[in-house]
Write a protein that binds this ligand. Structure first.
Ligand code: PHE
Length: 340
């Protein structure tokens, strides 16, 4: 029996010593089979206990179990040591100063980029930003804007109608009445959102486009305030001094009604295809808000006056980025979007 106890002593010592030397999981696994496996010496001894003389069994049994526990503890510790060393070793290969691989995270649509610019510029000029309803009612899109039912001016806009008499808004002017009712003068507001036209599409016409509406109402507002405001705005957007030209035009909700043209931003008025060699780009509708519209919005036209405008956001992007076909915007063609 003393031989067996000595043997157990030896197994424990050599096992713990071998564990100190092992550095990889493969060697570790080999040792585990050698010391704790089914054919290991320790297992052999544990199995042989039954056949020992009765009086020797407790001492050998106790010692065998002690050795097994001690080895198992040693193996657990060694395994975590090896795993830790392994990950430290791996970490050495990682250069934390290398710039991250470029991730393709997508692009902000050029219309959205332009909307953000427009909002920034107008907010700096003291305007508040509103969003229109995509679908609105007849009153807001037409009647409150001095375009009663049956008025021929309704034909200016090719309107989609729902069976219930609602429409995807044909212009952001649909918010004029709400803004006038919600705020007290001085009112400075822009409305930016989708508008929809039941039109045939071509390089310059889309059924869905973005518009930017603006209204400014206070005491003593005149046409020259409108011209100054818009000239300042466009000069900021195009990052150069642009000239504006105001011509008469007709919209039922402004009097006088105007069209505004910008000095061609592409050729600086030398004449090019985009401005059809006129040097001018027709870009927006505007004018002094009609007294009917002010009254309908709860504002006394004898005390207050104001101007309003509406322009297409897509058109501005086309001019700034030299895009030749408005249909690219909704094409979903990634080759187009990736350029921005
Ligand atoms: N709502 C007009 C359009 O869509 C543009 C406009 C707005 C004209 C405000 C005058 C004043 O055509």
């Amino acid at each position: 029996m003393s031989n067996l106890l000595k043997e157990l002593e030896r197994i424990e010592k050599s096992g713990l010593a071998d564990l100190k030397k092992v550095n990889d999981l493969k060697g570790f696994e080999k040792l585990r089979i050698e010391y704790l496996g089914r054919k290991s010496k320790l297992t052999e001894i544990l199995r042989s206990i039954q056949s020992l003389p009765q009086k020797d069994r407790p001492a050998v049994g106790k010692r065998s179990n002690e050795v097994r526990t001690s080895l198992e503890t040693g193996f657990t510790k060694t395994q975590s040591r090896i795993e830790q060393e392994f990950s430290l070793e791996r970490a050495k290969d990682i250069d934390v100063t290398v710039p991250a691989a470029r991730q393709h995270l997508g692009h902000i649509h050029p219309n959205t980029q332009m909307i953000w610019r427009i909002e920034d510029v107008f907010q700096l000029m003291g305007f508040e930003v509103f969003e229109p309803y995509d679908v609105d009612d007849d009153y807001h899109n037409f009647t409150s804007l001095n375009i009663p039912e049956g008025h021929p001016a309704r034909d200016i806009w090719d309107t989609f109608w729902t069976e219930e008499g609602f429409m995807p808004i044909t212009h952001t002017s649909s918010m004029q009445n709400r803004v006038l009712r919600k705020r007290k003068p001085p009112i400075r507001a822009v409305v930016i959102g989708h508008t929809f036209r039941n039109e045939r599409t071509d390089p310059r016409h889309e059924h869905t486009l973005f518009q930017c509406e603006g209204i400014y109402v206070d005491k003593g507002i005149t046409l020259s305030d409108m011209i100054g405001t818009l000239k300042t705005f466009f000069s900021k957007i195009f990052e150069k001094d642009v000239n504006v030209k105001v011509d008469p035009d007709y919209f039922p909700f402004v009097e006088p009604g105007n069209g505004m043209a910008l000095s061609c931003t592409l050729c600086d008025q030398k004449g090019c295809r985009v401005c059809k060699y006129t040097g001018w780009l027709e870009i927006l509708g505007c004018g002094m808000i009609h007294p009917y519209v002010l009254k309908e919005g709860g504002i006394d036209p004898d005390v207050y006056s104001g101007f309003a405008w509406g322009f297409g956001v897509d058109r501005l992007v086309m001019l700034r980025e030299r895009i030749e076909d408005i249909r690219h915007f909704h094409s979903g063609d990634l080759r187009f979007i990736r350029q921005f």
